[in-house]
Design a protein around this ligand. Structure first.
Ligand code: SF4
Length: 454
């Protein structure tokens, strides 16, 4: 049977979509390979959030065309966000591409790949170079990301609960690439989680572009609870699930019922991702974020009161059009005051067809870079201080398996999503237990194997 190489760019939702495509091809007998040179089918699942991610994928596709010299039947495809936003235009940038499948078409990829391979194998010369482009909307496509490839000893899994976003932040291309908000029914999601538990999974992360606004167009509030909180309750009620996470949320989606959920649902872990983007009210308005810096800080206080010790991570954009020194200072002051557990800092990257791309006051790269560096140093000081404060204490971890950097060691995550590396054995993998923290680097905690509670 043919073999498939899939490379994923971008976020966890893309990783999850790639897993679904891989699963659908494996179910038809295809094998997955780690090297493109071994493949009959090469698929790039693309990201459009930054221009650089698009250029990387286009560059990679160009480089791989030489593989056809040895394998004329090779099938090349673009999937996901860039495929959606650029569509057939991609065929001009990337001659030799056979398939362009958008974000509502992951479940059709296996059919398209089969058709393309058959055309090539049968040497139907006329048809051979006719690419397939499908970027149409498709009702119900959010419910097709539901199958998993669960590896032996796998203890964590991502579950896609919705697609799309209706927010239209001024810098963001997601509403154009992922479409409007569409959510899956709670019952389907719970069934998927039960299936994962049966295969050994103990922690799930619920995924959506605007995850905490899940279901607001499809499902009713019940007993004052939003559909998202109803879903969290239902997932927490699944026997065998020990930890529940979610990403990526919007600050406006943290209403009282969700903050409250942290006081009463112990399986909901002590970690929230709370994208800030800017600490300047002037910029937040230009960005169309729908909250102020004061509201953001107030929300942080409520979450910390609801679950003492909760970790708060964030996303910040530096160098948004028109960002002044004062605006940037406001962001630094807020970051200093909140003291984040971690942050992803992005230099603003203009995306076509977004309002910010044509705003006045686009800043030079040197300014963006300098601000990025400054903010990174500030946030890193807080991150390190928080990790240092854990040294000498114990943390509950879920052991995920061998460490990426040193396969002789094991790695796990605390409930606050901090990585802990320690020396252990196969019996630890997939287990939840306490580890004494011996030391900390800038990003990692190291556990003392002598006091493993196992
Ligand atoms: S809420 Fe998030 S995904 Fe939606 S438009 Fe804003 S930044 Fe993009």
């Amino acid at each position: 049977m043919p073999s498939v190489y899939i490379k994923t760019y971008g976020c966890q939702m893309n990783e999850r979509d790639s897993e679904q495509v891989a699963r659908s091809l494996v179910a038809r007998g295809y094998s997955l390979v780690r090297e493109e040179s071994e493949a009959d089918v090469i698929l790039l699942n693309t990201c459009s959030v930054r221009d650089m991610a698009e250029q990387k994928a286009i560059g990679k596709m160009g480089m791989m065309q030489r593989l056809r010299e040895k394998k004329p039947h090779l099938v090349f495809g673009y999937l996901g966000c860039m495929a959606q936003s650029r569509g057939a235009e991609l065929l001009e940038n990337s001659p030799g591409v056979d398939l362009v499948a958008g974000t509502q078409k992951f479940h059709r990829v296996a059919d398209y790949v089969e058709e393309l391979l058959q055309r090539k194998m049968n040497a139907l010369i006329d048809d051979e170079r006719r690419p397939i482009v499908d970027t149409e909307e498709e009702a119900g496509s959010q419910s097709t990301i539901r199958d998993h490839i669960v590896k032996p000893n796998q203890s964590t899994a991502f579950v896609s609960i919705m697609q799309g976003c209706n927010m239209h932040c001024a810098f963001c291309i997601v509403p154009a690439t992922r479409g409007a908000e569409r959510s899956r029914p709670i019952g389907d999601i719970v069934d998927e989680v039960r299936g994962l538990v049966d295969k050994g999974v103990r922690e799930v992360t619920l995924l959506g572009q605007i995850v905490n606004l899940y279901g607001r167009h499809e499902f009713e509030k019940r007993d004052g609870l939003s559909p998202f909180v109803q879903l969290i309750e239902a997932v927490c009620a699944v026997d065998g699930i020990d930890r529940v996470r979610f990403t990526s949320p919007h600050p406006i989606g943290y209403r009282e019922d969700l903050v409250n959920a942290f006081t009463r649902l112990p399986k909901l872990v002590e970690h929230v991702h709370l994208p800030l983007q800017s600490g300047s009210n002037r910029l937040l308005k230009l960005m169309r974020r729908g909250y102020t810096a004061e509201k953001y800080v107030d929300l942080v206080g409520k979450l910390r009161a609801a679950r003492p010790g909760i970790a708060i991570t964030t996303d910040v954009i530096v160098g948004f059009p028109g960002e002044t020194e004062e605006d940037f200072q406001a962001t630094c002051e807020l970051a200093d005051a909140v003291s984040f557990d971690n942050a992803f800092i992005f230099r603003y990257s203009p995306r076509r067809d977004t309002p910010a791309a044509t705003m006045e006051g686009q800043l030079p790269e040197e300014v963006k870079e300098a601000r990025n560096q400054h903010l990174l140093e500030l946030i890193n000081r807080h991150v390190k201080a928080k990790l240092d404060a854990l040294v000498g204490g114990t943390q509950e971890i879920l052991c995920e398996g061998p460490s990426k950097h040193n396969p002789d060691r094991l790695t796990g995550r605390t409930r606050t999503n901090k990585i802990v590396v320690f020396e252990g054995g196969p019996r630890h993998i997939g287990q939840i237990f306490d580890v004494r923290i011996a030391r900390a680097t800038q990003s990692t905690l190291y556990g003392d194997p002598a006091v493993l509670d196992s």
